[in-house]
Design a protein around this ligand. Structure first.
Ligand code: COA
Length: 303
């Protein structure tokens, strides 16, 4: 019997950087991820068409983004074109189905950030349909499709974030608060289930990696009165790595090329090139590639 050929994704030598974890700098031969392309150009084309179609609809001022979100979600969850109004008004539509259909419309659901007193309603409700689309896409049968998902989230981030740089890669399950207080530089990667709380302001500079399950905060509560909330500006990078399961508290600055070890709790600023670990996170070493042209306090020079 002939051996069945392997089908699926193929490795190619193109410069597509969607799958790479960190940017390749001149002179650096290292890559931690291989490049993967889908086997079928027809399917790749379908995905691209879907993204372009969404982009066109988002840009079209005659289309209400609430309806866009509702219909998109109804179709990907029901697997078919949905006559929304007919199903909602029909007596024979089961009650749970009506509730499901209703909840696809962002006007029929609430999200935690809209309860925060400092919310800017104008900015938030402008974005809410795309935030809900993002959240529900991630939980849909399509949510773990990395190839499609990274492209879709990149598109949405461009409309939701205060700033979204080039080649930003966002895995599934990533959450943020308002979106409009979050600035993201080029080549930033957000890994699975990271939480970026931009109640205050969060700035993530170029080439920074936020690992799985990392929490980045920009608000805190008084120890006396939980309703007394203070907002901060939290700034990370450029070229920094906050590694898995770490938490960065509000108002912290993590410097150029700095790193936070896994499970770190960052309560004090992390100096450029330093590796801080533990609870609270403290410097255990300075990276050997620290150089004079970086920040003043970079500690070491390249030999
Ligand atoms: C931060 C990290 C890189 C440190 O590695 P390292 O430079 O080789 O440091 P060492 O292993 O020599 O550890 C130095 C000291 O810090 C401690 N330490 C290291 N990592 C720690 C961590 N995450 N939390 C607490 N302590 C840690 C070590 O126990 C050691 O303490 P000791 O001197 O008392 O024995 C590594 O521990 C880490 O957290 N890696 C995360 C993995 C990663 O890159 N994830 C990215 C995913 S996208």
């Amino acid at each position: 019997m002939e051996e069945k050929p392997l089908v699926g994704a193929t490795i190619v030598n193109s410069n597509n950087s969607d799958m790479r974890e960190s940017p390749v700098r001149p002179g650096s031969p290292k890559r931690s991820l291989r490049e993967v392309h889908l086997e079928s150009e027809a399917i790749t084309g379908l995905y691209e068409k879907l993204i372009e179609d969404l982009r066109r609809k988002i840009e079209d001022p005659s289309i209400d983004n609430n309806i866009l979100c509702r219909d998109f979600l109804a179709e990907i969850y029901q697997g078919n074109k949905v006559d929304y109004d007919r199903l909602m008004n029909a007596d024979n539509t089961p009650l749970p189905t009506k509730v499901l259909l209703a909840s696809f419309d962002p006007r029929n659901i609430t999200l935690e950030p809209e309860y925060y007193t400092e919310v800017d309603p104008q900015k938030y409700y402008q974005r809410k349909p795309l935030i809900w689309l993002w959240i529900m896409f991630d939980r849909s049968p399509l949510g773990q499709n990395l190839y499609l998902g990274t492209r879709l989230r990149r598109l949405l981030a461009g409309y939701i974030f205060k700033r979204c740089g080039k080649n930003v890669k966002i895995f599934h399950g990533v959450e943020f608060s308002f979106g409009y207080n979050l600035s993201v530089g080029d080549n930033v990667v957000f890994h699975r289930y990271s939480l970026i709380d931009d109640r205050g302001e969060v700035i993530i500079h170029d080439n920074t990696s936020i690992s799985d399950y990392v929490n980045v905060y920009s608000h805190s509560h008084s120890i006396v009165d939980a309703n007394d909330v203070s907002l901060g500006t939290t700034e990370i990078g450029p070229n920094a790595r906050v590694t898995y399961h770490s938490t960065v508290l509000s108002g912290i600055k993590i410097g150029n090329e700095a790193m936070v070890g896994s499970f770190g709790l960052v309560t004090r600023n992390v100096r450029p090139h330093h590796v801080n670990v533990g609870i609270p996170a403290k410097s255990v070493r300075v990276k050997p590639n620290a150089c004079a042209s970086c920040d003043e306090d970079c500690g070491r020079r390249v030999i």
